[in-house]
Ligand binder design. Structure first.
Ligand code: MG
Ligand code: MG
Length: 246
């Protein structure tokens, strides 16, 4: 749906809080830190900014961020996992300001990572920006997925199918969904004031997934690495406006 200027301003504020959560958690990533400690760093940002968490208690999720190391794709629960040199860690953050949501994720290396891991992160982030570039008035929504898929597959990677991006506003997950691949139809026409969370999940191997017994953690079926980058972006008459940056 299309958001008014007043609504977009609230979403800009929520986006800034999410960007601050990124900055704070990134600064805390190092070997020996637990994923629960990253959650605490993110919770402090929410408290400082008077923001609510859209992740905490979402279908029973127990934390304010998701932390997904290595072959975990998304939805990892922060806990006693200790980051180690050479890991990659995906951190997904969200915030609510005055009833409006922001949602964004990044993957970072812990200490020194392999060239292969670095390339996967770089390509996944590039695929996000290729998708964002498609968010222009009059374009069709599924061009986002086509652009993401083109970048990821050109590098020999695969794009996760079961988990996708989404519209966002007064709920974190609104319709329509935004696949990170070409779903066979062009989708809705983009209009000024629409806001989406675009979030490619790119696997080094196959796109197949499974969920751990905790019923949250989504893993690559082949045990290979996965990366995840996400921003919340509005369609404006000046082109795509990314809310989840400082
Ligand atoms: Mg997210
Ligand atoms: Mg999202």
């Amino acid at each position: 749906m299309r958001r008014s200027n007043d609504e977009l301003n609230k979403m800009r504020k929520a986006g800034k809080v999410v960007a601050e959560m990124h900055e704070a958690t990134r600064a805390a990533i190092r070997p020996g830190v637990t994923t629960m400690e990253l959650n605490e760093v993110a919770a402090e940002v929410l408290a400082k900014r008077g923001a609510r968490s859209n992740f905490l208690n979402y279908h029973g999720f127990p934390a304010v961020i998701c932390t997904s190391p290595n072959d975990m794709i998304v939805h990892g629960i922060p806990g006693d996992y200790r980051l180690k040199e050479g890991d990659i860690i995906s951190v997904d953050c969200g915030a609510i300001i005055e009833g409006y949501h922001g949602d964004a994720a990044y993957t970072a290396g812990v200490g020194e990572v392999s060239a292969a891991a670095q390339k996967l992160m770089d390509v996944t982030e590039q695929s996000l920006w290729a998708g964002i570039d498609q968010l222009t008035i009059g374009n069709r929504l599924h061009e986002v997925g086509r652009a993401v898929q083109r970048v990821a597959e050109a590098a020999g990677y695969s794009v996760v199918r079961e988990y996708v991006g989404h519209a966002i506003g007064t709920e974190m997950h609104e319709s329509p969904q935004v696949p990170n691949y070409w779903p066979g139809s062009p989708g809705p026409t983009l209009k000024e004031g629409m806001v989406f969370a675009i979030e490619p999940m790119v696997n080094a191997g196959s796109y197949e997934t499974y969920v751990l017994d905790d019923e949250w953690s989504v893993m690559t079926s082949d045990g290979k690495l996965s990366a995840h980058f996400e921003h919340t972006i509005a369609v404006t008459d000046n082109g795509p406006e990314v809310f989840t940056v400082l």
